[in-house]
Design a protein around this ligand. Structure first.
Ligand code: SF4
Length: 306
């Protein structure tokens, strides 16, 4: 039996900050929704939790293809651009058709469910086409970059992580981080975060701070021994953009995590067993504009009494 342990990640924190009720549906109501004996409401929450909107889908598929390309390189095989693009197109087509046929209702882990299909948004074909084209451009941009050339030519023995889900402990909680790419270079640990959106060049964030904390613990290096970069794949000529890591950023990240974990724990009836208080302790968002984009809209008690 899998245990629902308390954990924290940047994406969990974002859900919690958006709407505590959304966090409750995602972390607690959906738990066990994969089991055949799950209640209809738990099953619904589990299905909805796994939906992705078209932008998240695009990003996830670009990450997947780059992961495939880099893991192949590490094994000594260079994947030609045409092969990477046909792989991308094939999986996106399969995803799209499976989602349209609502196969995710039977198995949401195996089959992608698109938010737009579940909520019957009237998205025209050219919009879907543009989503695919955007993903293609990201992969093309990656191949065109000097950084990809550098990765192709360097010694892969120094590569540390490619899209690995890792964890560390902070304040007694398991903190999950998924590093897109990490390597050892010039006596430092380099972490690269692929970005696929046009506006993703934000200032160094809690996410980068969490990566740095993880790297310091994992590889036993001081902060000066960690370098973090954003790599905006939507740019036609992407380059790694150095993120300034300072003790102040690490402290701010730790404060953010501690504050967020404390607020989440305050909503637990039994913190040791990660058992939540009743749903009404998890307030609805005060920004109703978020609801139209929320995976859980159709089961949310703010809109339907069930
Ligand atoms: S529909 Fe709105 S209030 Fe309900 S869970 Fe989603 S964001 Fe929160």
């Amino acid at each position: 039996m899998i245990e629902n342990i308390f954990s924290w990640s940047k994406s969990t924190d974002e859900k919690f900050r958006d709407c505590a009720r959304k966090y409750y549906y995602d972390k607690y109501l959906s738990w066990g929704g994969w089991e055949s004996g799950a209640s209809a409401r738990t099953r619904s929450a589990y299905v909805l939790k796994n939906l992705k909107n078209r932008w998240a889908w695009r990003g996830e598929r670009v990450h997947h293809v780059i992961e495939h390309v880099l893991k192949s390189l590490r094994q000594g095989r260079a994947v030609p651009l045409e092969e990477a693009l046909s792989h991308l197109t094939r999986i996106m087509r399969e995803d799209y058709l499976a989602s349209k046929a609502k196969k995710y209702l039977e198995n949401p882990k195996r089959n992608l469910g698109l938010f737009e299909h579940e909520y019957e948004k009237n998205i025209e074909d050219p919009v879907w086409k543009r989503v695919h084209e955007g993903a293609v451009e990201c992969v093309q941009n990656f191949y065109r970059s000097d950084f990809f050339k550098e990765l192709s030519e360097e010694d892969k023995a120094h590569w540390l992580l490619i899209e690995d889900l890792e964890a560390f402990t902070f304040d007694g909680a398991k903190i999950y981080v998924k590093l897109d790419f990490a390597r050892r270079k010039n006596d430092a640990i380099e972490i690269i975060d692929w970005k696929t959106g046009k506006n993703e060049n934000a200032a160094p964030s809690v996410q980068i701070g969490a990566y740095a904390i993880y790297a310091m613990q994992k590889w036993q290096v001081p902060l000066e021994g960690v370098r973090a970069y954003l790599f905006n794949l939507a740019s036609p000529f992407p380059v790694p953009t150095l993120q300034i890591l300072t003790p102040a950023l690490i402290e701010a990240t730790q404060n953010t995590m501690a504050e967020s974990i404390g607020r989440m724990r305050s909503l637990l009836a039994d913190p040791a067993k990660n058992i939540p208080k009743s749903a009404d302790h998890f307030p609805f968002t005060e920004k109703p504009e978020l609801c139209a984009q929320c995976n859980f809209y159709k089961i949310c008690e703010k809109y339907c009494k069930s």
